[in-house]
Unconditional design. Structure first.
Length: 263
């Protein structure tokens, strides 16, 4: 976690936008207020669990969705690791997606109540980091098995099988991944499983406990509202050709193609 003066809330942010668009961006009521800001591209990607945590908590936020190469090239050198997402709230400025998730979890009672639950959260967080990375690498065409069917029957099935066995290791009636109550890893798991639902709708139902978990989280009132709203990006990420990979059930506008994304 880094705590320092935020580069995004300074005048730099406006100058970046001016550079990208050639005109002064309008100051919206949200920008004038004191809400946390998520900076990322116009896709779900690594920012989605941040959105899901804030939505579940009912915390209003605003987003800076970097939507062009020029805008990103202007912002990139200002980022400590030249990457996004970034999260800022007042004087707090955090980069590295998992540092952001854990910060929000620690400060909003979403990190388990016992050491055993926190260890479980950490294990599941790492397993989901691997699962999401593998999924993104397939979508980017970076895995040897570029064929959809091969991926679904191979790595995806193995990963979902491991996750399901881990999920139900204590009891077939498990409701959450990190104890008896919601934690941030449930929202991380939802982000992953919902992407699987969107792009491999025939595969997720083969893992009934995971499918039921996804459906239960999607039905939580605040998340149900978010998932069906146009606040949620339609694009899961941007493919190797720069085209957005779209959730067919999304109601949000489809972003323009460009190459910002996950390696
Ligand atoms: N470890 C970092 C990885 C961040 C990362 O790879 N960000 C990508 C988008 S998902 C990015 O900024 N790509 C654009 C670039 O590297 O120019 C995290 O978890 O935040």
């Amino acid at each position: 976690m880094r705590i320092e003066r935020s580069p995004l809330s300074s005048d730099c942010a406006d100058s970046v936008l001016v550079l990208a668009t050639g005109e002064e961006p309008p100051v919206t009521p949200a920008q004038a207020s004191n809400k946390p800001v998520i900076s990322y591209g116009p896709s779900r990607g690594r920012a989605e669990p941040i959105r899901l945590i804030l939505e579940e908590l009912g915390i209003e936020y605003r987003e800076r969705r970097v939507g062009s190469w020029q805008e990103w090239m202007a912002l990139k050198p200002q980022m400590p690791f030249q990457q996004l997402p970034a999260y800022e709230d007042g004087d707090l400025f955090i980069v590295q997606s998992h540092a952001i998730y854990r910060y929000l979890a620690r400060t909003h009672d979403l990190y388990g109540h016992t050491e055993a639950e926190r260890i479980d959260c950490d294990i599941v967080e790492e397993a989901l980091r691997d699962a999401r990375q593998e999924f993104w690498r397939f979508l980017k065409g970076l895995l040897p098995e570029k064929d959809r069917g091969l991926f679904a029957a191979g790595r995806l099935t193995t990963t979902l099988d491991c996750l399901e066995k881990y999920f139900r290791r204590h009891s077939a009636d498990t409701k959450f991944w990190g104890g008896d109550a919601l934690t941030f890893v449930d929202l991380l798991a939802f982000a992953y499983l919902d992407d699987v639902r969107a792009l491999f709708p025939e595969t997720l139902p083969k893992f009934g406990k995971l499918r039921d978990f996804r459906d239960r989280i999607a039905a939580r009132p605040r998340l149900a509202d978010y998932v069906s709203s146009d606040r949620r990006p339609a694009a899961i990420l941007f493919g190797p050709d720069g085209q957005p990979v779209i959730d067919p059930e999304s109601r949000a506008p489809v972003p323009s193609p460009w190459t910002f994304g996950i390696e």
